[in-house]
Design a protein around this ligand. Structure first.
Ligand code: GDP
Length: 296
């Protein structure tokens, strides 16, 4: 089920409660069942769904006292629990500082939207007065440097890369050093997405991380990736210990639940969401705003 349908289905389950003459155990149990089925069909991890169900039931039971408007209570409890699902309660999201060098390393699978998101983030900070540079450390995929160069040129962002150097660690290091010398404030390092063997990719992330010592590492995750998101995100977490996530392609027909589960599994906040292919299609993420929008 795509995200928009998930929102509609949860809304309609809550509306059914509002329409009921008496909100008894069977109405509440029907609501819980419908919400859980909708979440499962959207690829949200079964353990998370079960936890949400228990918490939701416990909140409703605990707060259901004489004089309390039960329908309102249920509405609020559903909203709060959905927020909790996408909120890992870590407010420590990277805040780059002016007049300092902030190195930001991007990791993620090929096709997730890394190169696109690198440019989006560069533009985001450039518009806020930072001096931003982009480094292409993807020497694996032919055309990766050209893609970054094209995006960067269009957005007037200085860039660094190499057509001849095959060692991504060296390119990353040289690029960061160059921009550091030129007093750039944010240096964004784009990395490779896939290798012949995954182990090699994760080893490469460790090495690039050691070479450029990022102040922040961001994992780019495709919202439509499904259940596979969790294992991949955990592997990236181990190799690069990313501290923030950019969830991409939320404008499309993403189920979203797999990615949401991955976010919960890595206990890492979503910093931004990608809402289109255009360079300005990047929004800061707020759990409450996201759920409000989901529920329309
Ligand atoms: P990379 O391999 O991870 O560097 O991925 P790219 O940046 O090359 O993106 C892969 C494809 O996804 C491209 O066609 C992008 O235009 C597209 N893309 C990236 N972010 C978004 C997004 O937020 N929304 C949509 N609709 N497309 C996106």
């Amino acid at each position: 089920m795509v995200l928009a349908d998930l929102g509609r289905r949860i809304n309609s389950a809550v509306a059914d409660v509002s329409k009921a003459n008496v909100v008894d155990e069977s109405v509440i149990s029907g609501l819980l069942k419908e919400i859980c089925n909708a979440l499962l069909e959207s690829d949200v991890n079964v353990k998370l769904v079960s936890r949400l169900r228990n918490k939701l039931k416990a909140t409703i039971d605990a707060q259901d006292k004489p004089g309390v408007n039960k329908k309102k209570l249920i509405q609020k409890a559903v909203f709060d629990e959905l927020c909790d699902l996408v909120d890992c309660h870590q407010s420590e999201i990277f805040k780059p500082k002016k007049k300092q060098t902030n190195v930001v390393m991007f990791v993620g699978l090929q096709g997730a939207g890394k190169t696109t998101s690198c440019t989006k983030l560069a533009v985001y900070y450039q518009r806020r007065g930072f001096k931003v540079g982009l480094v292409c450390a993807d020497t694996f995929r032919a055309g990766a440097f050209d893609q970054l160069k094209q995006n960067a040129t269009k957005s007037k962002i200085p860039y660094y890369g190499s057509y001849t150097e095959t060692d991504p660690v060296k390119v990353a290091f040289d690029g960061v050093e160059k921009f550091k010398k030129e007093k750039f404030e944010i240096i964004i390092v784009d990395t490779s997405g896939r290798h012949r063997q995954e182990a090699e990719l994760f080893e490469e992330m460790v090495q690039i991380g050691e070479a450029v010592k990022p102040n922040q590492t961001i994992m780019v995750l495709d919202a439509s990736i499904g259940q596979a998101a969790e294992a991949q995100s955990k592997a990236f977490k181990e190799s690069s210990n990313f501290g923030a996530i950019i969830l991409t392609k939320l404008d499309g027909h993403a189920k979203g639940g797999g990615a949401i589960s991955a976010v919960a599994a890595t206990e890492t906040p979503i910093a931004f969401i990608g809402t289109g292919e255009h360079v300005h299609d990047l929004e800061t993420f707020s759990p409450r705003q996201f759920i409000s929008k989901l529920l329309g």
